[in-house]
Design a protein around this ligand. Structure first.
Ligand SMILES: O=c1[nH]cnc2c1ncn2[C@H]1C[C@H](O)[C@@H](CO)O1
Length: 364
C-alpha cells in the first residue's frame, strides 16, 4: 500500500494536475537510506519506519518546525549527482502512479548544491556540485521520467526568503534552462522569520518579468495579507503559493477574486504547518470553493506530511464537502493557471475535458 494514500478506491480516479510540490519534500525514504549508507552520512533511522518516525509527523507544528525536518535527511542527498538525478526521476514515477498527468515541481538549486553556494547548505563540506549542475541533473531525471512514465513534468526554481544573495543567480538559471523543463521562479522559505522582500528578490522578479519567466510566490501561508499584497504588486506574481491569510483582508481578497488570481492550496500541509486551524470546517479553502475562486489542490511535501496527493483529495471530499464536479473544476483551473505555453496548455485542457466528459465551452 502506498504511504498516506489510505485504503480503498481513490476519491478522484481521473487525471490530475499538480502545481505546488517541493522536490526535496517528495523523496522516497528508501532512496534517502540508500544514499545515506552509500555516502556514510548519518540519518535518524536505518529502516524506512525508523526514518519516517523522525522525518514525518501527524500533529500540527509551526512552519518553522516543519521546515526544520528537511535538515534531518537532505544531507544524504544533496551534493551527490546520482542522488539528485534519481530523486527527480523517482518523483515523476511517483506522480504518474498517483494519476497526475501534468506536474510543476519546485526546488532551490542552491539547497541541493555544495559548490558555488554561500553558505554551503545543510552543514555539508564544500564539494563540486554547483546550483547550475543541479538544475541540469534534475532536468535529466525529469525528462527520463517523462519518457518512461508518460506524464509531463516542468520545474520551478525558487529563491529563499532569507538568502537574498542567491536570487539573481536563480533568475539567471531560469533564463538558461527555460524550455528545458524550467517554467517559473518562486520565493519560498519561512515567512514567520523573514516576511521582508529584500531588494535582490525584487530585482530577480523584475528580471523574470522582463524575460517572460513566469512567477509564483509563497505568500500568506502563515504570513499576513500584506505579504500577498507585496507579492502581487511588487513582485508581479501570477500565482500565490498557499495564500490562506488573504481572507483577513476582504478588499484584497475581492480584488484577487476579480483578477482570477490562482491560489496553490495544500490542505494537509496547511494544518500541519500551523498555517490554518486544524478544524477543517473552518478552512479558508471552503470559502474559496463557495466563491468559485481559482485554486488548485497540491501535496507540498508528501514525505514530511506522510501523504500522497490522494490524502489531500480525501480531505477535500470527506472534511470539506467537495463534490466530484468541484474536483474537476479545481483541476481545470490548475491546467488553465499552469505555466505551460498556450498550445501545450490547450492540449492539457483537452485531455482533461475528454477524461472528465466535459465540453470545453461549458467548463464548469
Ligand atoms: O510550505 C512551505 N512554505 C515555505 N517554504 C517551504 C514550504 N515547504 C517547503 N519549503 C521550502 C523551505 C525549505 O527550506 C525548502 C527545502 O527545499 O523548501
Amino acid at each position: 500500500m502506498e504511504r498516506g494514500a489510505g485504503q480503498g478506491a481513490p476519491v478522484f480516479d481521473l487525471p490530475k494536475v499538480e502545481l505546488h510540490v517541493h522536490l526535496d519534500g517528495a523523496i522516497k525514504p528508501e532512496t534517502i537510506l540508500y544514499f545515506g549508507k552509500k555516502r556514510g552520512i548519518p540519518l535518524p533511522g536505518d529502516t524506512v519506519e525508523d526514518l519516517l518516525q523522525h522525518v514525518s509527523y501527524t500533529e500540527p507544528l509551526t512552519l518553522t518546525q516543519f521546515l526544520e525536518k528537511f535538515a534531518l535527511y537532505l544531507p544524504a542527498i544533496v551534493g551527490d549527482r546520482d542522488a539528485v538525478r534519481r530523486i527527480a526521476y523517482e518523483f515523476v514515477e511517483m506522480k504518474a502512479k498517483e494519476g497526475v498527468i501534468y506536474v510543476e515541481v519546485r526546488y532551490s538549486p542552491h539547497l541541493l548544491a555544495n559548490c558555488k553556494v554561500h553558505p554551503v547548505p545543510w552543514g555539508q563540506e564544500e564539494g563540486d556540485l554547483t546550483p547550475d549542475e543541479v538544475v541540469h541533473l534534475v532536468n535529466q531525471g525529469l525528462q527520463d521520467g517523462e519518457r518512461h512514465f508518460n506524464i509531463k513534468a516542468r520545474s520551478i526554481l525558487y529563491c529563499m526568503r532569507h538568502m537574498p544573495n542567491w536570487s539573481l543567480e536563480v533568475v539567471e538559471l531560469c533564463k538558461k534552462y527555460r524550455n528545458n523543463t524550467v517554467v517559473a521562479i518562486d520565493l519560498a522559505g519561512d515567512e514567520l522569520l523573514v516576511a521582508e522582500t529584500f531588494p535582490e528578490h525584487r530585482k530577480a522578479y523584475e528580471e523574470a518579468e522582463r524575460c517572460g519567466i513566469h512567477r509564483t510566490v509563497h505568500a500568506g501561508e502563515v504570513g499576513a495579507p500584506s505579504v500577498i499584497k507585496e507579492a502581487v504588486n511588487v513582485l508581479k506574481t501570477e500565482r500565490i503559493g498557499h495564500g490562506y491569510h488573504v481572507l483577513e483582508d476582504p478588499a484584497l481578497y475581492r480584488e484577487l477574486l476579480g483578477r482570477k488570481m490562482h491560489f496553490e492550496t495544500c490542505l494537509l500541509c496547511s494544518v500541519l504547518t500551523g498555517a490554518c486551524d486544524p478544524d477543517f470546517r473552518k478552512h479558508p479553502v471552503i470559502q474559496f470553493m463557495n466563491d468559485k475562486a481559482n485554486y488548485s489542490l497540491n501535496s507540498d511535501s508528501p514525505l514530511i506530511l506522510n501523504s500522497t496527493i490522494e490524502t489531500d483529495y480525501k480531505i477535500a471530499k470527506q472534511f470539506l464537502g467537495f463534490t466530484e464536479e468541484e474536483l474537476k473544476r479545481v483541476n481545470i483551473n490548475a491546467a488553465k493557471s499552469s505555466f505551460l505555453p498556450e498550445k501545450e496548455k490547450n492540449e492539457l485542457l483537452s485531455k482533461l475535458y475528454e477524461a472528465y466528459g466535459m465540453v470545453p465551452d461549458n467548463p464548469s
